[in-house]
Design a protein around this ligand. Structure first.
Ligand code: ADP
Ligand code: MG
Ligand code: MG
Length: 252
């Protein structure tokens, strides 16, 4: 499996400090959850690792198997094996879902070793069945007119098709009803293998009822302030974040 190392990451948006030294290491075979109150920088972390131009990295490093991710273009990050749900623009006119998936898969393979069409179709069909996605989604333009729930399911379809080394999923559970949440969780759980590591960012414990993380981290004020096992998420669900604030002497 691969290793993503986020070391002492400091990020500013328009001159304002948002991340103040985030440290996280995600290895193949591991599921990590990042939780925390709203506005503590969770999405900023995902966007900074993704390479969103608005986020200025002022200190620290991000390494994928020792390679400097911050030096890579966004598409190079994907080719290197990183999957960042938000890297896919909300709509890409003129590109079908199926075309997009095929070219994404092939961009991670050697030239001359492209996925055979029949193998691609079979894999896409079975993953769409698994995720209870309507087959006509394959030929629709990417995200164009997709409902919120369809977009989320489609992100998991991308995950299952592209089979990245490391994925960062930001609020993949937001706006999903319970049935969609179960389907999305099932897809993520199916990805479990030594060749896949995942960082699941969520504001709510609800998703973690279906996906059991190996490690749980709490972010506050732009840094990881506490890490533990799945029991940490349960305590947050029961008691909220105040006890951590008290422990750390944080005022809001
Ligand atoms: P979280 O995902 O934990 O809710 P965010 O990373 O979205 O937190 O936001 C962290 C802080 O950065 C917030 O104070 C937010 O207002 C600010 N912020 C996030 N994105 C932007 C942006 N694009 N422009 C300006 N401020 C931003
Ligand atoms: Mg938020
Ligand atoms: Mg967020």
């Amino acid at each position: 499996g691969s290793t993503l190392e986020i070391k002492d990451l400091h990020v500013e948006i328009e001159g304002e400090k948002i991340l103040n030294g985030v440290n996280l290491t995600i290895k193949g075979g591991e599921f990590h959850a990042v939780m925390g109150p709203n506005g503590t920088g969770k999405s900023t972390l995902a966007s900074a690792v993704m390479g969103h131009p608005k986020y200025e990295i002022t200190q620290g490093s991000v390494l994928l198997d020792g390679e400097d991710v911050l030096e890579m273009e966004v598409d190079e990050r994907a080719q290197a094996g990183l999957f960042l749900a938000m890297q896919y623009p909300s709509e890409i006119s003129g590109v079908t879902n199926s075309d997009f998936l095929r070219s994404s898969i092939n961009s991670r393979r050697e030239e001359g070793d492209e996925i055979p069409l029949m193998e691609f179709i079979k894999k896409m069909d079975s993953n769409m069945d698994e995720l209870e996605i309507d087959k006509n989604m394959a030929q629709r333009y990417l995200n164009e007119g997709f409902s919120g729930g369809e977009k989320k399911r489609n992100e998991i379809l991308q995950l299952m098709m592209i089979e990245p080394a490391i994925a960062i999923l930001d609020e993949i559970d937001s706006g999903l009803d319970i049935d969609a949440l179960k389907v999305v969780s099932k897809g993520i759980n199916q990805m479990r293998s030594d060749d896949f590591g995942c960082l699941i960012i969520t504001h709510y414990q609800r998703l973690l009822d279906y996906i059991t993380p190996d490690h749980v981290h709490v972010m506050m004020q732009g840094r990881v302030v506490k890490s533990g096992g799945p029991e940490l998420a349960q305590r947050l669900e029961a008691e909220g974040y105040d006890w951590i604030k008290e422990e750390l002497g944080i005022e809001d």
